[in-house]
Design a protein around this ligand. Structure first.
Ligand SMILES: [Zn+2]
Length: 456
């Protein structure tokens, strides 16, 4: 079996373009790119890396982001107040709703520019009445990676990343997943992306999977057409316009095609004895296995396959599937080992990709650059073991303040109850704070392609 160090070195070579030259590393780069296994850094060393990264970014946003600067002044906190590790929880947190509170039209471009930290490159926006997609594409043509999530209620979360911050997100999602999947991953794997094609969308959950194309030898995307805010709006609202009906028709056709394509793909790879990896929304695999069960078919990929899921566990309308049942089902129908069926938790607002361990399926936190917190109703941090609202200080975002209160509910434990990795974990399943809209990139996608689970 390949040693862990060789395993990660091989991966790092494949994704060189996401890693800045070592001579240019700042504390945030050191914290993300430095550790070989982000989940096994000794706590003392991990806290030091985390503190240096967060302190660096707090100073950066305080000095280079007018909006955040006035917010901090209101809260009476300056970078000189952050002297030791215990001070970092004083850093002012931004409610996630803030990144959803945007105007339309040309004002949207101004809004994006305002939440950006640092110098804004020249962005040319043509047309009298540009829509969201026009504006985002203009920003992205100027070197930004503006991406968005959610939208189930018609409201997206827009986050402006510069290429450096986006590369960190890409690198971290792949590295954290591959680390936990050790030793099953290798470059020869054939990948199936259960998300929109990253090259044809600005939906963050799709876009952040670009690195998948560098990490494995071949990738197919479930959704290969362009996905933009306009299409999401039309498919969500179900409005009766001719255009909306057309789109829904195309989508219905696409659903059946995805399920059939995946089954054909599985057959081909079984015949050729290839290693495979699925990455993305679990409901699509649920639909695939549903059809396979109906047809009385099954596969045996055993220890030459992995599944990395993310984005939410609403499998069908009104049906949330327990993760354990999902893993069992994947084993029964696809023959994929439950240890290699791992869920990820992360969000468009940050680069802190948390991944389940094989041993206990708890969500491990990449604590070398990311400080997790569970807050009470008054936004005060709670001790370990208590349920509350998830919040974080992300020391890896250069282009916007990644100090955020999420709308998700979880419980944090100081150590994993099952494995021996030293850092904190979240409960395997994260849910929305009740009363909030249903969110999650998989839910967005599920509603959009309204998967009738491939019947007939
Ligand atoms: Zn664990």
């Amino acid at each position: 079996m390949i040693s862990f160090d060789d395993y990660i070195e091989k991966f790092d070579k494949l994704v060189q373009k996401y890693i800045p030259p070592k001579k240019d590393w700042t504390p945030p780069d050191q914290a993300v790119y430095g550790p070989k296994d982000p989940f096994r850094v000794p706590i003392k060393e991990g806290k030091e890396l985390q503190f240096n990264a967060i302190k660096y970014q707090f100073k950066n946003h305080y000095e280079n982001n007018n909006m955040y600067n006035s917010f901090c002044k209101q809260m009476n906190i300056t970078p000189s107040d952050i002297k030791t590790y215990d001070d970092i929880e004083k850093i002012p947190l931004i409610p996630g709703e803030f990144y959803k509170d945007y105007p339309h039209g040309r004002d949207f471009a101004m809004w994006l520019a305002n939440i950006f930290t640092g110098h804004i490159p020249q962005v040319k926006i043509s047309g009298k009445n540009p829509n969201f997609d026009d504006i985002i594409n203009s920003f992205n043509a100027s070197g930004f990676v503006v991406a968005y999530s959610s939208g189930t209620s018609g409201r997206h979360t827009f986050i402006p990343r510069d290429s450096r911050t986006f590369n960190i997100s890409e690198y971290a999602i792949a590295k954290n997943s591959i680390t936990m999947a050790y030793p099953v991953y290798d470059y020869s794997m054939k990948g199936y992306l259960l998300m929109p094609n990253p090259f044809k969308t600005n939906v963050f959950a799709g876009k952040v999977c670009t690195i998948f194309f560098n990490a494995v030898s071949e990738v197919k995307s479930a959704i290969d057409r362009e996905i933009n805010t306009e299409l999401i709006k039309l498919s969500m609202t179900g409005s009766g316009s001719f255009k909306a009906k057309m789109i829904q028709k195309v989508i219905a056709k696409m659903n059946k095609k995805i399920v059939n394509d995946i089954i054909k793909w599985l057959e081909k790879n079984e015949k050729e004895k290839n290693k495979i990896v699925f990455a993305g929304a679990p409901f699509i695999l649920y639909a695939v296995t549903k059809k396979l069960i109906e047809q009385g078919k099954s596969f045996d990929f055993s220890d030459r396959a992995a599944i990395l899921t993310g984005g939410g566990w609403k499998i069908e309308e009104n049906h949330r599937m327990p993760l354990e049942d999902f893993r069992k089902r994947m084993q029964e129908v696809l023959g994929i080992n439950t240890e290699y069926c791992l869920d990820l938790y992360g969000m468009v607002e940050g680069n802190g990709w948390m991944v389940q361990c094989q041993e206990g399926h708890y969500l491990h936190i990449p604590y070398t650059y990311y400080h997790p917190m569970i807050l009470d109703e008054n936004s005060k941090p709670l001790e370990y073991g208590k349920w509350g609202r998830f919040a974080f200080l992300d020391g890896s975002t250069f282009s916007y303040p990644g100090f955020i209160i999420s709308g998700d509910k979880s419980r944090m434990l100081e150590h994993c109850p099952v494995c021996d990795r030293p850092g904190p974990v979240l409960e395997p399943e994260v849910t929305r704070i009740s009363g909030k809209e249903m969110r999650g990139c998989a839910e967005e996608l599920r509603r959009m392609i309204s998967m009738d689970t491939g019947d007939d």
